[in-house]
Design a protein around this ligand. Structure first.
Ligand code: TMP
Length: 250
């Protein structure tokens, strides 16, 4: 069911954000659309929105329980999440534990290599520019965030990595890498925002040896491996096996 909502604030590739009766709350709708390579590739997967919404809600609650501030308030309906309204910082913060994806295209690091330390990269969130990789100097020049905010973001992102890596490991899942977005709420507090789902993470199944079959995330779509939703469902089922349902009101 669609919860009562106000005007559309933002239309993303996989989500829409709506106003609510409360000025500082928004409703996030998780769509069934999947895109890759800056939307060059697009397909709809019936049920993806519901699965990603629920996985995101579970993961935000895990982070919140460990003191990581997030925009998440509660799961309002199957595909809907109520969240704090934030000003999104136009950065994609990627943390990698194992080499996959763009790092293997841009460097000689081999696919599947365990990185000596979690590797954190900032990308500029701008579809027209293709979300380019940033350097520290470019971040300073752009003036998107100051040094303190950058340190705070790095600390939070690495803490999220450590918490989620441990959590997924207990489920026989490997957190290969993931992307976070951050925003500031009306009090200026820095929060993990957006979503954390198989659309924005790479997750491999430790119970499967085959390099392709073990992929449970959006790489199944990016690489035309088939069984996209099956991978997502596998992740959801394992989380459900150890967690109580996400809350549905604040
Ligand atoms: P990458 O290897 O393509 O740079 O992706 C790193 C991680 O970030 C991977 O888990 C997928 C995620 N990601 C997004 O969530 N959105 C994006 O637009 C891109 C490019 C990657």
């Amino acid at each position: 069911m669609t919860p009562v909502h106000g005007q559309l604030i933002y239309q993303g590739k996989a989500k829409r954000i709506f106003q609510t009766a409360k000025d500082d709350h928004v409703l996030v709708e998780f769509k069934n659309d999947a895109t890759a390579f800056n939307a060059v590739k697009h397909e709809e997967f019936d049920g993806k929105g519901r699965i990603n919404c629920e996985i995101s809600a579970y993961l935000f609650e895990i982070l919140e329980a460990e003191g990581v501030p997030t925009h998440y308030l509660f799961q309002a309906d199957d595909c809907w999440m109520t969240a704090q309204r934030v000003d999104i910082i136009p950065l994609e913060v990627v943390v990698r534990n194992i080499a996959a994806g763009s790092i293997c295209k841009q460097t000689p690091i081999k696919y599947g290599k365990s990185l000596s330390l979690p590797l954190l990269d900032f990308y500029f969130k701008d579809d027209a520019l293709g979300d380019p990789l940033l350097t520290d100097a470019r971040i300073s020049e752009l003036g998107i965030i100051n040094t303190k905010q950058r340190l705070d973001i790095e600390t939070l992102a690495l803490r999220v990595n450590s918490l989620l890596k441990t959590f997924f490991n207990k489920l026989d899942l490997i957190l290969v890498d993931f992307k976070l977005e951050f925003g500031t709420n009306k009090n200026g507090q820095l929060l993990v925002a957006d979503e954390i789902s198989p659309d924005t993470c790479r997750i491999w199944d430790q119970r499967v040896a085959d390099q392709k079959d073990r992929i449970l995330d959006k790489d199944r779509f990016r690489e035309d491996l088939g069984g996209v939703l099956n991978g997502y469902v596998q992740i959801l089922k394992r989380i459900q096996g150890v967690s109580s349902k996400p809350r549905t009101c604040s």
